[in-house]
Design a protein around this ligand. Structure first.
Ligand SMILES: Cc1cc2nc3c(=O)[nH]c(=O)nc-3n(C[C@H](O)[C@H](O)[C@H](O)COP(=O)(O)OP(=O)(O)OC[C@H]3O[C@@H](n4cnc5c(N)ncnc54)[C@H](O)[C@@H]3O)c2cc1C
Length: 469
């Protein structure tokens, strides 16, 4: 019935209803705990069709969820008995090499974009893994392998096309609807559906390498200490990033392990002096390098890992500016006790990512992190039993708080949480910091009837909507 009503409004693109065979696969998300059964899934193939779908939902009193790659671990892109606007048919990539910009459909995955750019020896700032959606990643404040050179993904958006709550199609840039432009770069789907992003592009920086070095737990004191000294001494010109990961080996022993991942630009041989002190920290059970001619190959490096792991997940992500004394040790202890106490969650991992993201004109986006460079502590809970869903979310929240306490303890500013990498139990004020109040006014202007409500809540400031935005 609902499908017929959408057709009557002139929507001619693909629609799935619960009776169709493709409905169940189209409802899957990266986290099984985030999946819902929608009333309808529509796949608009144009900006005008997105507008039709939004107006149809209002007329039919259906709640909307917008889905791109489906990789947010919350149910932000799913909706029970509502309308899912699946952006999967909006996947064009058009490169303007003379102007050094690329126009990307709001349903692309990063793999689509990197592949199109590779053929012209170009790159842009995107996520580290090919399956992640451009739509969620950019609008949620994503970072990636080249963020240490060129800033976060949202810093690289030149303009965008946005369909807002009443179905209007608006251009957003620093000179056109600049308040909306501020809000969609960090506000996720709270302000409208982005059908097109125009991004800066750069000459390809490749080749790249990805080197993994694995140690058993007894090496951790030396590894943490070496990492602190590496972070203190390595100049940014060396173009090498490091990630400290805590993972467990296969059952039945599920041994606690430390893996250091290095991502670098250039030839791995040029970085032997960087690896040498780490290699002395203990015996390695893993020392493997993947050579990546372009970001396409790099974005596939963890493909095997993506196929493993438990189906139900929760994530916490807290920005960090340093590996403060005691921080790695506390994160390790918390991770060990949690995974010991919860055998169903043994596949839980923690990633301390020193990706060294820069910001470019942070005041023009609603991502509040405005320090010159930052990394992230990502706590990635994985379990099987639905009874563990709440516990998992709570643990990621506690991990975020634990990490944030170090920033405060050492006199740095609390940077809140990363919305893209956190569950919806975090406070909106912690996602958007000082910008939350401005977002409340912008929300009242562009979405006064609260159509978009799947991401972190933004309380409307109707009195302030006419004030300066
Ligand atoms: C394996 C993996 C690797 C990751 N790697 C990175 C990384 O390297 N860097 C990083 O920063 N993050 C990374 N993330 C986190 C990722 O950026 C977020 O989960 C992001 O929200 C995923 O976007 P999506 O489009 O795939 O998700 P979805 O679940 O489809 O969408 C997430 C949110 O974005 C909204 N949205 C999606 N498309 C649009 C659109 N076109 N217009 C408006 N709103 C939209 C949705 O409504 C929802 O609120 C990773 C996550 C995973 C699971």
């Amino acid at each position: 019935m609902a499908e017929g009503a959408l057709r009557e409004m002139g929507f001619s693109d693909r629609i799935l209803s619960p009776s169709s065979a493709e409905f169940a696969p189209a409802s899957l998300r990266a986290n099984a705990a985030a999946e819902c059964k929608a009333a309808l899934i529509a796949f608009p193939a144009s900006t005008e069709a997105v507008s039709l779908a939004i107006r149809f939902a209002a007329r039919s009193k259906l709640e909307i969820a917008v889905k791109c790659g489906g990789h947010h671990y919350s149910s932000a892109s799913s909706i029970e008995n509502g309308l899912v606007i699946d952006m999967g048919a909006l996947k064009s990539v058009s490169i303007d090499k003379a102007a050094m910009k690329v126009t990307i459909g709001g349903g692309c995955l990063w793999g689509d974009v990197y592949t199109a750019l590779r053929d012209k020896r170009l790159v842009c700032v995107g996520g580290g893994v090919h399956v992640v959606g451009v739509g969620g990643h950019i609008t949620g404040g994503g970072y990636g392998p080249l963020s240490f050179k060129y800033g976060m993904a949202c810093d690289n958006v030149i303009e965008a096309t946005v369909v807002v709550a009443d179905g209007r199609i608006l251009r957003a840039s620093e000179i056109e609807n600049s308040d909306l432009f501020f809000a969609i770069r960090g506000g996720s789907s709270s302000f409208g559906v982005v059908t097109e992003f125009v991004l800066k592009i750069y000459p390809d920086q490749g080749p790249y390498f990805f080197k993994s070095v694995g140690f058993t737990a007894d090496a951790r004191v030396k590894v943490f200490s070496e990492l602190r000294s590496f972070l203190a001494r390595i100049p940014v010109e060396r173009q090498i990033l490091v990630f400290l990961n805590f993972v467990r080996g296969p059952p039945p022993h599920s041994e606690a392990l430390i893996i250091l991942n290095f991502f670098g630009l250039g030839a791995v041989e040029d970085f032997e002096d960087v690896f040498e002190p780490f290699l002395k920290a203990g015996t390695q059970f893993l020392n493997h390098t993947t050579h990546c001619p372009s970001l396409v190959e790099f974005s596939h490096v963890i493909d095997d890992l993506l196929l493993q792991g438990a189906p139900r997940k929760a994530n916490g992500g807290a920005p960090i500016t340093s590996l403060w004394p005691g921080m790695a040790e506390e994160v390790w202890d918390r991770w060990m006790s949690y995974t010991d106490a919860n055998p169903d969650a043994r596949q839980t991992k923690v990633f301390l990512e020193f990706h060294n993201s820069k910001r470019q004109r942070p005041e023009t986006t609603c991502i509040p992190v405005d320090v010159p460079r930052h990394g992230m502590c990502v706590s990635s809970e994985e379990h099987h039993d639905p009874a563990g869903d709440q516990r998992a979310e709570q643990w990621t929240h506690e991990m975020n708080n634990a990490v944030r306490s170090y920033e405060k303890r050492y006199g740095a500013r609390d940077l809140g949480v990363n919305g893209n990498a956190s569950m919806l139990i975090e406070k909106s004020e912690d996602v958007w910091g000082q910008h939350y109040f401005r977002l409340r006014r912008i929300k009242a202007k562009y979405d006064p009837t609260y159509v978009f409500k799947r991401y972190f809540p933004i309380v409307l400031d109707l009195d302030g909507a006419s004030a300066s935005l």
